[in-house]
Design a protein around this ligand. Structure first.
Ligand SMILES: Nc1nc2c(c(=O)[nH]1)N[C@H]1C(S)=C(S)[C@@H](COP(=O)(O)O)O[C@H]1N2
Ligand SMILES: [Mo]
Length: 427
């Protein structure tokens, strides 16, 4: 009997995890023993900006204060930067998450190099099948409007609910939607001789090797199950109608719509296609759920992002008490389109405030995220708490408290967003 894709994936992950724990599988660049003994040093990984060339900013593009908050070597988008913008996040406001620093690569010498036991003839890493930038641009192109979000987006709010974790202290700005253009990964895999035996596809970044807690974890890389790799993944060379900027993966990156951002490997070079499951620190020690309620080796590797909502307002935004204001925001889920959004406004601690449906922007139905608005007439000056919560097409919503986990992934709780209503002259 044919299994559902979800069941197949779960099987695949279980097999992979068992092999890894049994030491049967390989985890390039770092032994299983090393990984198991890294202990708390590993928890520091997410915050460690890594070793960059002295004096060089890890991010190349300007990060003006109205658009970004710097978080170690990373840059979080301010949600207020999206007020009045269109559906897409302009490239100059798109968040950046770098494990080390943005490399400057040359498209003329760049190669995608495919190898492994899942390709006909088993090309090796040293004698791979190569595709240059021009070759890639000559293959049939596709466009995709897709969301990229860091698995740790919203981690700051775990701390606010009393469950602090290590990792980049993102509020809600480690997410963006862009218009990507490139070649389907499936096209390139078939071109390279993909066989039925292939189970995992592991792209590897050309940015510097990642060293943390004294251990070199090698280049950033994480396997994708072949089912996902063939489904909707793009090898993108354009973002919002322009060649990819350096910080977002020039010349070519993966875009894995709706999945944890680490799947969307930037500056991709080598791609291993394997007939046996693959492992890297990024699908074993990281990007799984750890902590109470989860297996000792962590839950299955994380895939889709969950539901979140954000107001396009600064924290402690000042609003006048004279007029009705239009509250705007966006909600999204990696599992599919948003179906409902509700907003409530109350005083601090007033947690049974009435929820009202927000007005959804029609054009966004079935899209990567959903814009919405609600008119509000501040009843009185002082501090008010705005809350928004959404449900997606699978019925998943946003709980009052998100389920805690040791590395602070997949926050989906309702965020309390404070605003200050000020008395204006004449009112
Ligand atoms: N090669 C490489 N790819 C990478 C990363 C990285 O550090 N190196 N960071 C990943 C993470 S954790 C995220 S959330 C996304 C962020 O993509 P962006 O910087 O374009 O927003 O890229 C992913 N791809
Ligand atoms: Mo991330």
């Amino acid at each position: 009997m044919a299994q559902s894709p979800a069941a197949e994936e779960a099987d695949h992950d279980a097999r992979r995890a068992t092999q890894w724990l049994a030491g049967a599988a390989r985890c390039d660049g770092v032994s299983r023993e090393e990984l198991l003994h890294l202990g708390t040093a590993m928890a520091a990984l997410a915050t460690d900006p890594g070793a960059g060339p002295a004096g060089r900013d890890p991010i190349v593009k300007p990060l003006p204060d109205p658009h970004f908050v710097r978080r170690d070597g990373n840059a979080e988008m301010r949600w207020s930067a999206l007020a009045g913008q269109g559906y897409l996040v302009p490239t100059d406001r798109f968040f950046v998450r770098n494990h080390t620093h943005t490399p400057v690569l040359d498209a003329d010498t760049w190669r995608l190099s495919l190898f492994g036991t899942g390709l006909r003839g088993t090309p090796t890493r040293d004698a791979p099948i190569e595709i240059g930038y021009r070759d890639l641009r000559d293959l049939p192109a596709e466009k995709s409007t897709a969301l990229v979000e860091c698995a740790g987006n919203g981690r700051h709010f775990f701390a606010r609910q009393g469950d602090p974790t290590p990792g980049v202290d993102w509020t809600l700005g480690a997410v963006g939607v862009a218009r990507w253009r490139g070649v389907r990964l499936s096209t390139v895999l078939r071109h390279a001789g993909l066989t039925d035996a292939a189970v995992d596809v592991q792209p590897e970044g050309l940015d510097p090797e990642y060293v943390t807690g004294g251990v070199n974890l090698g280049r950033v890389r994480r396997p994708l199950p072949v089912g996902k790799a063939l489904h909707d993944v793009l090898l993108a060379y354009e973002m919002n109608g322009r060649p990819l900027p350096a910080d977002h993966g020039f010349p070519v990156r993966l875009v894995v719509p709706g999945w944890v951002g680490i799947s969307s490997i930037k500056w991709v070079g080598p791609v291993e296609v394997s007939a046996t499951p693959l492992f890297s620190p990024w699908n074993t020690r990281f990007y799984r759920m750890f902590g109470p309620g989860h297996p000792a080796g962590g839950g299955p590797p994380l895939t889709a992002q969950n539901v979140k909502s954000a107001f396009e307002l600064p924290w402690d935004a000042r609003l006048p008490d004279t007029a009705e204001v239009l509250l705007t925001g966006r909600s999204w889920s990696g599992r599919g389109p948003i179906r409902t959004v509700e907003v409530s406004v109350g005083r601090d601690g007033d947690d049974d405030a009435r929820w009202r449906p927000a007005r959804l922007v029609d054009a966004d139905r079935d899209g990567a995220w959903q814009r919405w608005s609600l008119r509000w007439r501040p009843p009185a000056p002082g501090r008010w708490i705005l809350r928004a919560r959404a449900t997606d097409v699978t019925g998943a919503g946003q709980p009052d408290r998100a389920a805690a986990n040791d590395l602070g992934y997949l926050f989906d709780g309702v965020v309390r967003h404070p605003v200050l209503v000020t008395r204006t002259a004449g009112s």
